[in-house]
Design a protein around this ligand. Structure first.
Ligand code: DON
Length: 304
């Protein structure tokens, strides 16, 4: 694997030049679009890694997978899916167009921004500090080490995230969000700004590949049933309006974030992380998607 990974890394790194780093969150525009890293962990905890795998980046939308698991633990599936749907949108991740036209009016799935904001409102805790620590603590328990937080990216998104704010206020109006809207948004912006490197992200993916048990600590974090549910969302909605193409070309559950990370899961085999902040037009890491296509072909990863 090591040798093939090196070859594929150098082959696909050139694609990073064709992408653009996210700029709608001003602090993300400072990222270096030429950075590129890939890490694969097998279920014995053995690593194969190439490139910028020690550098931190914000989870952004990848955090939605973990908040979904916590919301289901806290509120149960019935409540969660009475507020958020289970269908892909075909629209960009930040689109709000379908919020009003769908009947009943609810975000289509928990992987788009609107759905994830609604999910943030379901995390248990007496106040936002407790809720945030619960999310961060969950991630830390999976990988067995501390997770850092990028204050600059958080403040930058909090200041400029008006489209998310619009979605949240609309959802409050129609009863999808209970509680204080600004607090819910604050929690959402905070969990999007938690940081990992590729090694840590591969450990997070490994828990899902391992049916809910942390590869690092051996501790069961969630039930197998919940991991099946979130992996299904990753397949159908994890790469936004490129999820269909990704399923065909790569064929594994994956979740991207505008920080340039992609967390991919090869069930019962590998936790995979790629990072390349240069994004394609959909908002997925351009080099990241390309190398995953090649790795899937090379190692026969497709689940289909
Ligand atoms: O809400 C946002 O726009 C960001 N915090 C997260 C979006 C994101 O990562 C979409 N990913 N490709």
């Amino acid at each position: 694997m090591e040798k093939v990974l090196h070859t594929l890394y150098h082959k696909n790194k050139v694609y990073c030049k064709q992408g653009k780093v996210a700029s709608y969150i001003p602090a993300l525009a400072k990222q270096d679009g030429e950075k590129f890293g890939v890490a694969v962990m097998d279920l014995s905890g053995k690593f194969f890694a190439v490139g910028d795998v020690e550098e931190k980046f914000t989870l952004q939308s990848i955090s939605k997978v973990f908040t979904l698991m916590l919301a289901i633990i806290d509120k149960g599936q019935e409540y969660v899916f009475s507020k958020v749907g289970m269908e892909p949108t075909g629209d960009p991740f930040n689109s709000i167009v379908k919020l009003e036209t769908m009947n009943p009016s609810k975000p289509l799935n928990p992987m788009i921004n609107a759905g994830a904001i609604a999910i943030s409102s379901m995390i248990k805790g007496k106040n936002n500090g407790e809720r945030f620590n619960r999310i961060r603590g969950f991630l830390e328990e999976i990988i067995g080490e501390k997770i850092t937080f990028n204050e600059e990216v958080y403040l930058s998104e909090k200041e400029t995230g008006n489209r998310n704010r619009a979605a949240a206020y609309f959802m409050k109006d129609v009863g999808i969000i209970e509680g204080n809207v600004e607090e819910v948004l604050d929690l959402y912006f905070r969990h999007c700004s938690l940081e990992v490197n590729c090694i840590q992200l591969a450990k997070l993916a490994g828990m899902l590949a391992n049916q809910g048990v942390s590869v690092i600590t051996g501790k069961r974090m969630v039930s197998k049933e919940i991991t099946q549910l979130v992996k299904s969302f990753m397949v159908t909605c994890g790469m936004y309006n490129a999820s269909g193409q990704f399923a065909i070309k790569v064929g594994v559950p994956a979740k991207s974030g505008v920080g340039g990370g992609i967390m991919a899961v090869v069930p019962n085999k590998y936790g995979v992380a790629v990072w390349g902040p240069a994004l394609d037009q959909v908002g997925n890491s351009i080099g990241g998607v390309k190398i995953l296509e090649d790795m899937s072909k090379e190692f026969d990863w497709s689940i289909f």
